[in-house]
Design a protein around this ligand. Structure first.
Ligand SMILES: Cc1cc2nc3c(=O)[nH]c(=O)nc-3n(C[C@H](O)[C@H](O)[C@H](O)COP(=O)(O)O)c2cc1C
Length: 286
């Protein structure tokens, strides 16, 4: 493969964007950061184009994405691009990406923003379905334009979000440091069937089944995949989410999301249809 795109996702928006770009530019491997972050080193020298696609969390990059990128060894001669997938504003995520890539020896050649349906159910409910469809259709066209630029290795000045005063940056970083403990507010209702999807889907490996019930620990990324993808709609966050509508990217399946998490290999035997699942893996790694 000539190119590689690393992605992180909670509701599937960033995976859709990563896959769309990969399909359009061709000859591209799509790799989950949730799994790649466990590796000690990567040889990226063989790739012509290296991309990072991730959601914006609190105007920043998700913690796991920053941690992953900081471990890489990059090279100025490679075309490196980023796509920040946001619900309202790209914030400072692309500036951060640019800074981290420079610290790893590379240059961010182009940074793009993709505005997808917002997903932070802890703070707000999902947009109405009709609005989601309008946004998804509009951004699909934008992804074509972005992919064309990537294919041609076009450099693009990284457009920064709203300038962030130092105090605001500190406030945001403290808020993100609190994400871990926030996981203790997740709980199940009587609808829980003990299927274990939440355990398998968590990219941070933060959920463990105790018998037929999930338990949350404190290494949460707040990606909210557990609550959004629970097949029984049995997970809530404190008293905030009972009446809120769940959101999942319509092009992404539960199998895709389970594959996305590092738990897949440990839990492989529990996947019901392993044959289709293997096909999915091959599909994703094309
Ligand atoms: C913890 C959290 C914080 C978020 N913060 C922001 C934000 O600061 N600005 C924004 O525009 N969207 C924010 N969002 C919305 C996501 O960036 C957006 O829904 C994105 O499409 C999710 O992508 P994913 O499905 O790949 O996870 C946040 C979402 C979560 C879960």
């Amino acid at each position: 493969m000539a190119n590689i795109i690393f992605y992180f996702t909670g509701t599937g928006n960033s995976l859709q964007v990563a896959r769309d770009i990969a399909n359009i530019i061709g000859d591209t491997k799509v790799a989950a950061i949730a799994r790649a972050v466990k590796e000690n080193s990567f040889d990226l020298a063989a790739y012509e184009r290296i991309g990072f696609v991730f959601p914006v969390y609190n105007a920043s990059m998700p913690t796991m994405v920053s941690r992953f990128i900081k471990k890489l060894q990059l090279n100025h001669s490679r075309y490196i691009f980023g796509a920040a997938v946001f619900g309202r504003s790209r914030g400072m995520a692309l500036s951060q990406l640019s800074q981290f890539i420079t610290e790893c020896g590379g240059t961010l050649s182009a940074g793009f923003g993709v505005w997808m349906p917002a997903s932070y159910i802890v703070a707000y409910t999902a947009l109405p379905g009709a609005v989601q469809r309008v946004i998804l259709k509009r951004e699909k066209k934008k992804i074509f334009v972005i992919s064309a630029a990537i294919k041609e290795k076009k450099s693009q000045h990284v457009r920064h979000g709203i300038a962030q005063p130092r105090l605001m940056a500190e406030y945001i970083s403290n808020a993100m440091a609190g994400f871990g403990n926030m996981a203790l507010n997740f709980h199940i209702t009587e609808r829980c069937t003990g299927c274990g999807v939440c355990e398998r889907i968590c990219p941070a490996n933060n959920i463990k089944m105790a018998g037929s019930h999930p338990n949350w620990s404190t290494v949460c990324e707040q990606c909210v995949a557990c609550i959004q993808w629970c097949p029984a709609r049995a997970i809530e966050y404190g008293d905030k989410t009972a009446k809120r509508t769940r959101y999942q990217n319509p092009e992404i399946t539960l199998s895709d999301m389970i594959f996305n998490s590092e738990n897949h290999f440990a839990q492989q035997m529990r996947v019901l249809d392993t044959r289709n699942f293997s096909e999915k893996i091959l599909d994703i790694h094309k």
